[in-house]
Design a protein around this ligand. Structure first.
Ligand code: ZN
Length: 381
Protein backbone atom coordinates (compact mmCIF):
# COMPACT_ATOMS: atom_id res chain seq x y z
CA UNK A 1 0.00 0.00 0.00
CA UNK A 2 2.80 2.47 0.80
CA UNK A 3 5.53 2.61 -1.79
CA UNK A 4 9.08 2.08 -0.70
CA UNK A 5 10.33 4.93 -2.83
CA UNK A 6 7.91 7.30 -1.17
CA UNK A 7 9.27 6.36 2.24
CA UNK A 8 12.83 6.88 1.11
CA UNK A 9 11.87 10.25 -0.33
CA UNK A 10 10.23 11.31 2.90
CA UNK A 11 13.21 10.19 4.99
CA UNK A 12 15.57 12.18 2.78
CA UNK A 13 13.31 15.18 2.88
CA UNK A 14 13.19 15.10 6.67
CA UNK A 15 16.90 14.74 6.89
CA UNK A 16 17.46 17.76 4.74
CA UNK A 17 14.85 19.67 6.70
CA UNK A 18 16.54 18.80 10.00
CA UNK A 19 19.82 19.83 8.55
CA UNK A 20 18.33 23.16 7.55
CA UNK A 21 16.85 23.67 11.02
CA UNK A 22 20.19 22.93 12.66
CA UNK A 23 21.93 25.23 10.23
CA UNK A 24 19.35 27.95 10.99
CA UNK A 25 19.88 27.58 14.74
CA UNK A 26 23.64 27.66 14.30
CA UNK A 27 23.36 30.86 12.35
CA UNK A 28 21.36 32.36 15.24
CA UNK A 29 18.19 32.82 13.22
CA UNK A 30 15.92 31.70 16.03
CA UNK A 31 12.46 30.20 16.01
CA UNK A 32 10.55 33.25 14.81
CA UNK A 33 12.41 33.61 11.55
CA UNK A 34 12.18 29.88 10.93
CA UNK A 35 8.42 29.99 11.41
CA UNK A 36 8.21 32.95 9.06
CA UNK A 37 10.22 31.28 6.35
CA UNK A 38 8.10 28.18 6.74
CA UNK A 39 4.89 30.11 6.18
CA UNK A 40 6.22 32.12 3.29
CA UNK A 41 7.56 29.11 1.49
CA UNK A 42 4.59 26.89 2.24
CA UNK A 43 7.18 24.33 3.26
CA UNK A 44 6.21 21.20 5.20
CA UNK A 45 7.29 22.33 8.62
CA UNK A 46 5.33 19.85 10.73
CA UNK A 47 7.01 16.59 9.88
CA UNK A 48 10.57 17.34 10.83
CA UNK A 49 10.10 19.26 14.07
CA UNK A 50 7.58 16.88 15.66
CA UNK A 51 8.90 14.00 17.73
CA UNK A 52 8.18 10.54 16.40
CA UNK A 53 4.89 9.24 17.85
CA UNK A 54 5.22 6.80 20.70
CA UNK A 55 4.28 3.31 19.61
CA UNK A 56 2.20 1.27 22.01
CA UNK A 57 3.21 -2.09 20.56
CA UNK A 58 5.03 -3.45 17.51
CA UNK A 59 2.92 -3.55 14.36
CA UNK A 60 1.51 -6.99 13.49
CA UNK A 61 2.98 -8.52 10.34
CA UNK A 62 0.68 -8.04 7.33
CA UNK A 63 -0.91 -11.21 5.92
CA UNK A 64 0.25 -12.48 2.53
CA UNK A 65 -1.61 -11.09 -0.49
CA UNK A 66 -3.69 -7.91 -0.64
CA UNK A 67 -4.47 -6.41 2.74
CA UNK A 68 -5.92 -3.32 4.33
CA UNK A 69 -4.99 -1.52 7.54
CA UNK A 70 -7.56 -1.55 10.36
CA UNK A 71 -7.61 -0.31 13.95
CA UNK A 72 -6.46 -3.76 15.03
CA UNK A 73 -3.78 -4.19 12.38
CA UNK A 74 -3.58 -5.28 8.76
CA UNK A 75 -6.35 -7.58 7.52
CA UNK A 76 -6.45 -9.63 4.33
CA UNK A 77 -8.98 -8.05 1.93
CA UNK A 78 -10.54 -11.49 1.48
CA UNK A 79 -11.41 -11.37 5.21
CA UNK A 80 -13.24 -8.03 5.02
CA UNK A 81 -16.57 -9.81 4.58
CA UNK A 82 -19.82 -7.87 4.96
CA UNK A 83 -18.64 -4.24 5.11
CA UNK A 84 -20.54 -1.11 6.03
CA UNK A 85 -18.65 1.54 4.07
CA UNK A 86 -19.61 4.70 5.97
CA UNK A 87 -20.38 4.42 9.67
CA UNK A 88 -19.22 6.38 12.67
CA UNK A 89 -18.58 5.23 16.20
CA UNK A 90 -18.23 8.66 17.81
CA UNK A 91 -18.94 12.02 16.18
CA UNK A 92 -17.87 14.82 18.46
CA UNK A 93 -17.67 18.55 18.07
CA UNK A 94 -13.96 19.21 17.75
CA UNK A 95 -12.33 20.27 21.02
CA UNK A 96 -15.47 20.52 23.16
CA UNK A 97 -14.92 17.42 25.30
CA UNK A 98 -11.23 18.26 25.76
CA UNK A 99 -12.17 21.69 27.13
CA UNK A 100 -15.34 20.76 29.00
CA UNK A 101 -14.78 17.17 30.12
CA UNK A 102 -18.03 17.16 32.11
CA UNK A 103 -19.99 16.75 28.83
CA UNK A 104 -18.26 13.53 27.83
CA UNK A 105 -18.18 10.25 29.78
CA UNK A 106 -15.61 8.34 27.79
CA UNK A 107 -15.84 5.07 29.74
CA UNK A 108 -19.63 4.89 29.44
CA UNK A 109 -19.55 5.73 25.72
CA UNK A 110 -16.81 3.21 25.08
CA UNK A 111 -18.82 0.50 26.82
CA UNK A 112 -21.87 1.39 24.70
CA UNK A 113 -19.80 1.27 21.50
CA UNK A 114 -18.30 -2.12 22.37
CA UNK A 115 -21.80 -3.43 23.02
CA UNK A 116 -23.21 -2.12 19.69
CA UNK A 117 -20.26 -3.29 17.60
CA UNK A 118 -20.20 -6.73 19.26
CA UNK A 119 -23.89 -7.16 18.46
CA UNK A 120 -23.33 -5.98 14.90
CA UNK A 121 -20.50 -8.47 14.54
CA UNK A 122 -22.72 -11.26 15.82
CA UNK A 123 -25.25 -10.29 13.15
CA UNK A 124 -22.66 -10.87 10.41
CA UNK A 125 -21.06 -7.46 9.83
CA UNK A 126 -17.30 -8.02 9.81
CA UNK A 127 -15.97 -4.59 8.87
CA UNK A 128 -16.96 -1.01 9.39
CA UNK A 129 -15.34 1.94 7.63
CA UNK A 130 -15.25 4.90 10.02
CA UNK A 131 -14.60 8.12 8.06
CA UNK A 132 -14.34 10.31 11.17
CA UNK A 133 -11.51 12.83 10.77
CA UNK A 134 -10.31 16.21 12.05
CA UNK A 135 -13.45 18.33 12.26
CA UNK A 136 -15.69 15.55 13.53
CA UNK A 137 -13.75 14.60 16.65
CA UNK A 138 -11.53 11.74 15.48
CA UNK A 139 -10.24 9.70 18.43
CA UNK A 140 -8.36 6.72 17.05
CA UNK A 141 -6.88 5.55 20.39
CA UNK A 142 -10.47 5.15 21.63
CA UNK A 143 -11.66 3.52 18.39
CA UNK A 144 -8.73 1.13 18.66
CA UNK A 145 -9.92 0.03 22.12
CA UNK A 146 -13.49 -0.40 20.88
CA UNK A 147 -12.29 -2.47 17.90
CA UNK A 148 -10.13 -4.67 20.12
CA UNK A 149 -12.87 -5.29 22.65
CA UNK A 150 -15.68 -5.87 20.12
CA UNK A 151 -13.71 -7.82 17.53
CA UNK A 152 -15.05 -5.55 14.77
CA UNK A 153 -12.62 -4.72 11.96
CA UNK A 154 -12.64 -0.92 11.85
CA UNK A 155 -10.97 0.95 9.00
CA UNK A 156 -9.99 4.47 10.09
CA UNK A 157 -9.62 7.60 7.99
CA UNK A 158 -7.56 10.70 7.52
CA UNK A 159 -8.58 13.97 5.95
CA UNK A 160 -10.48 17.04 7.06
CA UNK A 161 -14.19 17.55 7.58
CA UNK A 162 -15.38 21.05 6.82
CA UNK A 163 -18.18 22.53 4.72
CA UNK A 164 -16.40 25.85 4.27
CA UNK A 165 -13.66 27.38 6.43
CA UNK A 166 -10.43 25.69 7.45
CA UNK A 167 -8.91 25.72 10.92
CA UNK A 168 -6.49 28.71 11.15
CA UNK A 169 -3.52 26.33 11.14
CA UNK A 170 -4.36 25.12 7.64
CA UNK A 171 -5.41 28.51 6.31
CA UNK A 172 -1.86 29.67 6.90
CA UNK A 173 -0.24 26.68 5.23
CA UNK A 174 0.03 25.00 1.87
CA UNK A 175 -1.99 22.23 0.25
CA UNK A 176 1.19 20.17 0.16
CA UNK A 177 1.68 20.47 3.90
CA UNK A 178 -1.88 19.28 4.48
CA UNK A 179 -1.28 16.36 2.10
CA UNK A 180 1.95 15.49 3.97
CA UNK A 181 0.03 15.19 7.24
CA UNK A 182 -2.58 12.93 5.63
CA UNK A 183 0.23 10.79 4.19
CA UNK A 184 1.83 10.55 7.66
CA UNK A 185 -1.45 9.15 9.00
CA UNK A 186 -1.47 6.59 6.19
CA UNK A 187 2.15 5.51 6.32
CA UNK A 188 3.11 5.95 9.99
CA UNK A 189 0.03 5.95 12.18
CA UNK A 190 -2.70 8.20 13.54
CA UNK A 191 -2.62 10.26 16.74
CA UNK A 192 0.41 8.54 18.21
CA UNK A 193 -0.91 5.02 17.65
CA UNK A 194 0.38 2.39 15.24
CA UNK A 195 -3.04 2.43 13.53
CA UNK A 196 -2.71 3.53 9.92
CA UNK A 197 -5.47 5.32 8.08
CA UNK A 198 -6.70 3.41 5.01
CA UNK A 199 -9.19 5.85 3.53
CA UNK A 200 -9.19 9.61 2.80
CA UNK A 201 -12.17 11.79 3.68
CA UNK A 202 -13.33 15.22 2.59
CA UNK A 203 -16.65 17.07 2.40
CA UNK A 204 -18.54 19.43 0.12
CA UNK A 205 -21.90 20.70 1.34
CA UNK A 206 -24.36 23.44 0.30
CA UNK A 207 -21.65 26.13 0.34
CA UNK A 208 -20.01 24.30 -2.57
CA UNK A 209 -16.30 24.18 -3.34
CA UNK A 210 -15.25 27.15 -1.20
CA UNK A 211 -11.52 28.05 -1.06
CA UNK A 212 -11.21 26.04 2.18
CA UNK A 213 -13.03 23.01 0.79
CA UNK A 214 -11.02 23.15 -2.43
CA UNK A 215 -7.77 23.06 -0.46
CA UNK A 216 -8.93 19.92 1.35
CA UNK A 217 -10.09 18.24 -1.90
CA UNK A 218 -6.72 18.94 -3.53
CA UNK A 219 -4.74 17.76 -0.48
CA UNK A 220 -6.85 14.58 -0.34
CA UNK A 221 -6.26 14.01 -4.08
CA UNK A 222 -2.51 14.46 -3.68
CA UNK A 223 -2.32 12.16 -0.64
CA UNK A 224 -4.42 9.61 -2.55
CA UNK A 225 -2.09 9.62 -5.54
CA UNK A 226 0.99 9.34 -3.31
CA UNK A 227 -0.32 6.44 -1.23
CA UNK A 228 -3.07 4.79 -3.29
CA UNK A 229 -5.64 4.71 -0.48
CA UNK A 230 -9.21 5.29 -1.68
CA UNK A 231 -11.17 8.52 -1.23
CA UNK A 232 -14.59 8.66 0.37
CA UNK A 233 -16.58 11.87 0.55
CA UNK A 234 -19.46 13.72 2.15
CA UNK A 235 -21.69 15.58 -0.28
CA UNK A 236 -24.92 17.49 -0.29
CA UNK A 237 -26.66 15.46 -2.99
CA UNK A 238 -29.50 17.90 -3.71
CA UNK A 239 -27.04 20.57 -4.91
CA UNK A 240 -25.16 17.90 -6.89
CA UNK A 241 -21.87 18.46 -5.06
CA UNK A 242 -20.60 15.06 -6.21
CA UNK A 243 -20.04 16.40 -9.72
CA UNK A 244 -18.12 19.39 -8.33
CA UNK A 245 -15.92 17.01 -6.33
CA UNK A 246 -15.28 14.89 -9.42
CA UNK A 247 -14.21 18.04 -11.32
CA UNK A 248 -11.59 18.93 -8.69
CA UNK A 249 -10.33 15.36 -8.40
CA UNK A 250 -10.11 15.05 -12.18
CA UNK A 251 -8.04 18.24 -12.36
CA UNK A 252 -5.62 16.60 -9.88
CA UNK A 253 -5.32 13.53 -12.13
CA UNK A 254 -7.35 11.28 -9.84
CA UNK A 255 -8.77 8.09 -11.32
CA UNK A 256 -12.45 8.62 -10.43
CA UNK A 257 -13.01 4.89 -10.03
CA UNK A 258 -10.94 5.19 -6.84
CA UNK A 259 -13.47 7.59 -5.32
CA UNK A 260 -16.72 6.93 -3.44
CA UNK A 261 -19.07 9.90 -3.76
CA UNK A 262 -20.77 9.71 -0.38
CA UNK A 263 -24.37 10.46 0.56
CA UNK A 264 -25.50 10.00 -3.04
CA UNK A 265 -28.34 7.92 -1.64
CA UNK A 266 -29.94 11.13 -0.35
CA UNK A 267 -31.00 11.79 -3.96
CA UNK A 268 -33.73 10.29 -6.12
CA UNK A 269 -32.42 12.09 -9.19
CA UNK A 270 -31.42 9.17 -11.42
CA UNK A 271 -29.99 11.58 -13.97
CA UNK A 272 -27.58 13.07 -11.39
CA UNK A 273 -26.65 9.64 -10.03
CA UNK A 274 -25.94 8.16 -13.46
CA UNK A 275 -23.77 11.18 -14.29
CA UNK A 276 -21.63 10.35 -11.25
CA UNK A 277 -21.57 6.66 -12.16
CA UNK A 278 -20.72 7.22 -15.83
CA UNK A 279 -17.60 9.10 -14.75
CA UNK A 280 -16.51 5.89 -13.02
CA UNK A 281 -16.98 6.61 -9.32
CA UNK A 282 -18.66 4.45 -6.74
CA UNK A 283 -21.64 6.07 -5.11
CA UNK A 284 -22.40 5.76 -1.40
CA UNK A 285 -26.02 4.77 -0.77
CA UNK A 286 -24.91 5.35 2.75
CA UNK A 287 -27.49 7.20 4.79
CA UNK A 288 -30.20 4.58 5.19
CA UNK A 289 -32.23 5.63 8.21
CA UNK A 290 -31.75 9.37 7.80
CA UNK A 291 -35.38 9.71 6.75
CA UNK A 292 -35.20 13.49 7.04
CA UNK A 293 -33.18 13.53 3.79
CA UNK A 294 -34.99 10.64 2.09
CA UNK A 295 -37.14 7.90 3.64
CA UNK A 296 -36.09 4.27 3.40
CA UNK A 297 -38.69 3.18 0.82
CA UNK A 298 -37.50 5.83 -1.61
CA UNK A 299 -33.82 5.00 -0.99
CA UNK A 300 -34.61 1.34 -1.63
CA UNK A 301 -36.44 2.18 -4.88
CA UNK A 302 -33.43 4.15 -6.16
CA UNK A 303 -30.97 1.34 -5.35
CA UNK A 304 -33.28 -1.22 -6.98
CA UNK A 305 -33.62 0.95 -10.10
CA UNK A 306 -29.84 1.41 -10.39
CA UNK A 307 -29.34 -2.34 -9.90
CA UNK A 308 -31.74 -2.90 -12.79
CA UNK A 309 -29.67 -0.50 -14.87
CA UNK A 310 -26.57 -2.59 -14.15
CA UNK A 311 -24.90 -0.44 -11.48
CA UNK A 312 -24.77 -2.90 -8.57
CA UNK A 313 -21.02 -3.04 -9.14
CA UNK A 314 -20.71 0.66 -8.33
CA UNK A 315 -22.80 1.10 -5.17
CA UNK A 316 -22.00 0.57 -1.51
CA UNK A 317 -24.53 0.49 1.32
CA UNK A 318 -24.28 2.12 4.73
CA UNK A 319 -26.12 4.24 7.30
CA UNK A 320 -23.80 7.08 8.39
CA UNK A 321 -24.95 6.26 11.90
CA UNK A 322 -22.99 6.87 15.10
CA UNK A 323 -23.04 5.11 18.45
CA UNK A 324 -22.80 8.60 19.92
CA UNK A 325 -23.05 11.96 18.15
CA UNK A 326 -22.92 15.15 20.21
CA UNK A 327 -24.34 17.41 17.46
CA UNK A 328 -27.87 16.91 18.71
CA UNK A 329 -29.67 17.06 22.02
CA UNK A 330 -31.28 13.74 22.98
CA UNK A 331 -34.69 15.21 21.97
CA UNK A 332 -33.46 16.30 18.54
CA UNK A 333 -31.83 12.92 18.01
CA UNK A 334 -35.08 11.21 18.87
CA UNK A 335 -36.89 13.43 16.36
CA UNK A 336 -34.58 12.11 13.63
CA UNK A 337 -36.33 8.78 14.04
CA UNK A 338 -35.62 5.26 15.18
CA UNK A 339 -34.37 4.04 11.80
CA UNK A 340 -31.05 5.87 12.09
CA UNK A 341 -28.94 3.16 13.70
CA UNK A 342 -26.29 0.62 12.77
CA UNK A 343 -28.84 -2.22 12.35
CA UNK A 344 -31.31 -0.66 9.93
CA UNK A 345 -29.72 -2.21 6.82
CA UNK A 346 -29.75 -5.70 8.34
CA UNK A 347 -33.22 -5.36 9.87
CA UNK A 348 -35.14 -3.49 7.20
CA UNK A 349 -33.18 -2.47 4.10
CA UNK A 350 -31.93 -5.84 2.87
CA UNK A 351 -35.39 -7.44 3.13
CA UNK A 352 -36.88 -4.42 1.30
CA UNK A 353 -34.25 -4.63 -1.45
CA UNK A 354 -35.04 -8.33 -1.95
CA UNK A 355 -38.72 -7.45 -2.09
CA UNK A 356 -37.92 -4.85 -4.75
CA UNK A 357 -36.25 -7.48 -6.92
CA UNK A 358 -32.59 -6.98 -6.00
CA UNK A 359 -30.82 -10.35 -6.24
CA UNK A 360 -28.59 -11.99 -3.62
CA UNK A 361 -25.70 -11.60 -6.01
CA UNK A 362 -26.31 -7.85 -6.29
CA UNK A 363 -26.58 -7.54 -2.51
CA UNK A 364 -23.30 -9.39 -2.16
CA UNK A 365 -21.68 -7.02 -4.66
CA UNK A 366 -22.80 -3.93 -2.73
CA UNK A 367 -21.88 -5.25 0.73
CA UNK A 368 -18.90 -7.58 0.20
CA UNK A 369 -17.34 -7.54 -3.26
CA UNK A 370 -17.32 -3.79 -3.96
CA UNK A 371 -15.72 -2.95 -0.59
CA UNK A 372 -13.09 -5.64 -1.18
CA UNK A 373 -12.34 -4.32 -4.69
CA UNK A 374 -12.12 -0.75 -3.42
CA UNK A 375 -9.50 -1.73 -0.81
CA UNK A 376 -7.57 -3.85 -3.29
CA UNK A 377 -7.21 -1.07 -5.86
CA UNK A 378 -4.57 0.80 -3.89
CA UNK A 379 -1.49 1.34 -6.05
CA UNK A 380 0.01 4.85 -5.95
CA UNK A 381 0.28 6.73 -9.23
ZN1 ZN B 1 -20.40 10.48 7.84
Amino acid sequence: MSSRSYWQGLAEHRLSRRYLLRAGAAAGLGVASLALSSCAGGEEEGASVTAAPTRESPRPTPPPGPYVETATGPVSTSDLGFTLMHEHIFVLSEGVAANFPSVWDEEAKKKEAVEVLSRLKNRGVSTLVDPTVLGSGRNVPLVQQVARESGMQVIVATGLYTYDELPHYFRARSVDHMADLFVQDITEGVQGTSVRAAVLKCATDHAGVTPGVEKVLRAVAKAHRRTGVPITTHTEAKSQQGLAQQDVFESEGVDLSRVIIGHSGDSEDIDYLTKLLKRGSYIGMDRFGLDVYLPTDKRVAVVARLCEMGYAERMVLSQDAAVYIDWFTPEALQALGANWNHFHILDDVLPALRQAGVSEEQIRLMTVENPRRIFENVGSY
